[in-house]
Design a protein around this ligand. Structure first.
Ligand SMILES: *Cc1c(COP(=O)(O)O)cnc(C)c1O
Length: 679
């Protein structure tokens, strides 16, 4: 007799793999190991890291979830892949130009991310794109080489232009893209002032419209770009300023996450026409910049649904190369070097967020208990009848009857005809009927919409220690979906339907829509909580989410570890860098409090309470120490299952802790040099 394993015999790791779709959205990087835990293959070459090993090691370092894990080799891999696929397409199509892509810094500005990308770019002449002065300041200093580009987009003042021209003086290929006609006057004026000839691009407002959530970047009312008449004005201005030789590039950007390859083809064709026309007008040209938009297949469906994309990176590269060549050949214009500003596609896969589920909000546990009122009201009898006589009526009819009786019970309660016990009985019977119907529909074929909704209504809520507003802002703002799966226990059947809620005091702080092959799902199948830590991974979060996060409820930045593959390590990896999540004293200062001042105020109040004998003097000292110690603790919940003392917060040795502004996140003592093999 098999009775020892909690796993249902019918369930398997392969079923989990299929259910959560690792193979579909993982692009060869994510899977399930034989032990039922999630693995990452940063280079998709078979070498894999157990994510739970990283989580355990991070926890041992005091870096509990919520935790961002960056797989730096995966980042490098994406840079190599994009450049490699463009090189391959160029070769296969016999294209005479080169690929000179740039990484748009706005998609992830973190130093370690930009450093890894710059380091991976060597040999590819892959450059950087900046959309603001601070981004340009970063790009200018981090960029290396004379052949790779720095592309300047966004609104520009004189200082922006001066910084760009400083780059020209240093021999860098910095191209200033004109977004507004007026900007061109500024560029002409400032370049005269500093005595440097600029390299200029025009951003064209294409008629080709994007699709999906980010499609407003193009069209007549787009914020950026020059319409056709403005492009002609701009050409005249350049001629008048004797800067004809400066015009080098045509640029467009039709929005991020373009799900449909046809949109991309059309945009490339339209922009190629602009390029060729300008070349024929006598401008030297040289680059065509196809902007961002290269997608990520978040749901793995390979469709033109907004969470997906109906093309591969290879197809994208081939289509850009072939369409540009076709137009240029037809117009007898030499082909340009090709630039893309692919951000999301480069950085999204390298990072994941680990959250810990610490509580289950479960309607059924409390509502499943049958309350037996002393005097049973008729409405309760009616509901009981519905529950017991399920064979008599169809599912839909029983559901409608139950809804009617529940409403009746609420009206009776409001009018004073129903006591608390009867109301409780009515509520719980209603949910039991719903549960019963939901069970019956589970294996049924077609299920009417009203009944399908039931599964969503009945789903448990799993409370996770994180903030949607900090770590998953695009889910809240744009309903963007990310793949989510348990990081362990994948050999067990996930028998609980659940939605996720965060710890902010905001009813929007939740995840109630999940990826699915067909459309979306309203709940996720998860494992019952068993008193041990239960971790979920939210995947493909490396693009935009890191920087868009906000301080809602003052939770702020989470813990973070940066992981590198290492053959000599027992687990095949090492953690090179750690960033500690924000502490309370730090976050408090972002909203203008001084934490010392808050401590002083508490001390005054403790002193007063001591005087009134509400608090004993020794206790007063202890309370103050506790308050001051909390200042250095992290902002997220300090979930502690051991019931003994927690590792965090660490009380400071002296009550006066160092000022937050100078407190550096602790670096691990054994910082390892970057492995030479990665060069
Ligand atoms: C945001 C942005 C990008 C990056 O777009 P992705 O879709 O993330 O590749 C590229 N270019 C411009 C001008 C942008 O504004």
């Amino acid at each position: 007799m098999k009775s020892k394993s909690a796993a249902t015999p019918a369930w398997s790791i392969a079923k989990s793999d299929e259910l959560y779709g690792f193979k579909r959205w993982g692009a060869g990087h994510f899977g399930v190991g034989e032990d039922g835990t999630v693995t990452v293959q940063p280079l998709a070459d078979g070498r894999s890291i157990r994510v739970m090993d990283v989580v355990d090691e991070a926890v041992a370092m005091g870096l509990k979830a919520p935790l961002v894990i960056r797989f730096q080799d995966l980042l490098r891999h994406r840079v190599e892949q994009l450049n490699g696929l463009f090189a391959q397409a160029i070769k296969e199509e016999g294209y005479k130009g080169a690929y000179r892509g740039v990484f748009p810094i706005k998609v992830n500005q973190l130093r370690e991310v930009v450093e890894e990308i710059v380091s991976a770019s060597k040999g590819f002449n892959y450059g950087l794109e900046a959309g603001s002065k601070p981004e340009l300041m970063i790009a200018m200093a981090m960029h290396e080489g004379a052949s790779s580009l720095i592309i300047c987009n966004g609104y520009k003042d004189h200082d922006f232009i001066r910084i760009a021209l400083l780059g020209r003086k240093l021999g860098k290929k910095v191209i200033i893209v004109v977004e507004q006609l007026a900007e061109l006057d500024d560029i002409i004026r400032v370049s005269e002032e500093v005595g440097v000839k600029p390299l200029i691009g025009f951003r064209a407002k294409l008629q080709t419209r994007g699709e999906g959530k980010w499609s407003s970047s193009t069209g007549d009312n787009a914020k950026f770009g020059l319409n056709t008449a403005e492009i002609l004005f701009a050409c005249e201005k350049l001629r008048a300023a004797k800067l004809t030789a400066s015009l080098k590039l045509v640029h467009f950007h039709i929005g991020s996450q373009v799900p449909n390859i046809l949109t991309i083809k059309n945009a490339v064709i339209e922009a190629s026409r602009f390029y060729c026309q300008l070349a024929k007008m006598g401008f030297p040209m040289g680059y065509l910049d196809v902007g961002g938009g290269l997608g990520i297949d978040y749901d793995g469906s390979r469709t033109n649904y907004e969470s997906s994309m109906n093309y591969s990176m290879a197809e994208y590269a081939r289509d850009v190369v072939a369409n540009v060549r076709d137009i240029c050949d037809a117009m007898h214009v030499p082909v340009p070097d090709l630039v893309s500003e692919s951000g999301r596609a480069i950085v999204a896969p390298h990072a994941m967020l680990v959250v810990e589920v610490f509580e289950r909000i479960n309607k059924r546990e409390t509502l499943g208990v049958q309350h037996q009122p002393k005097v049973k009201h008729k409405v309760v009898d009616d509901l009981e009848f519905l529950l017991k006589n399920k064979a008599k009526l169809g599912k839909l009819e029983r559901f409608h009857d139950a809804v009617q009786k529940k409403e009746e019970a609420f009206s009776l309660f409001n009018l004073g005809y129903l006591d608390l016990e009867n109301r409780a009985a009515a509520e719980s019977l209603y949910w039991q009927v719903c549960e019963q119907i939901a069970q019956e529909t589970r294996d049924a074929g077609y299920v009417p919409e009203e009944l399908r909704e039931l599964n969503k209504l009945l789903a448990d809520q799993y409370v996770c220690n994180f903030s949607v507003f900090q770590s998953l802002l695009d889910h809240w703002a744009l309903k963007q979906l990310f793949p989510i799966a348990p990081l362990h226990r994948l050999e067990e059947e996930p028998g609980v339907n659940a939605t996720l809620v965060d710890i902010t005091c905001d009813s929007d702080g939740k995840i109630g829509t999940f990826i699915d092959l067909q459309d979306t799902k309203d709940y996720l199948q998860l494992h019952p909580l068993n008193g041990k830590p239960y971790y979920l991974g939210i995947f493909l979060t490396g693009a935009y989410q890191d920087i868009m996060g906000d301080l809602h409820n003052l939770f702020g930045r989470v813990n973070e570890v940066h992981v590198f593959l290492e053959d000599d390590e027992p687990n095949g990896y090492y953690i090179e860098d750690t960033l500690a999540g924000i502490r309370m004293n730090e976050v408090i200062e972002t909203v203008q409090y001084q934490w010392e001042e808050l401590c002083r105020r508490i001390k005054t109040q403790i002193d007063a309470a001591t005087k009134k004998d509400l608090v004993k003097p020794r206790e007063g000292v202890r309370l103050l120490e506790f308050y001051e110690g909390q200042m250095l603790a992290k902002t997220y919940l300090n979930i502690d299952r051991s019931a003994t003392s927690a590792e965090e917060p660490r009380a400071p040795k002296t009550p006066r802790a160092p000022r937050a502004a100078t407190a550096k996140p602790a670096k691990p003592a054994t910082r390892r040099p970057r492995a030479a093999a990665k060069a």
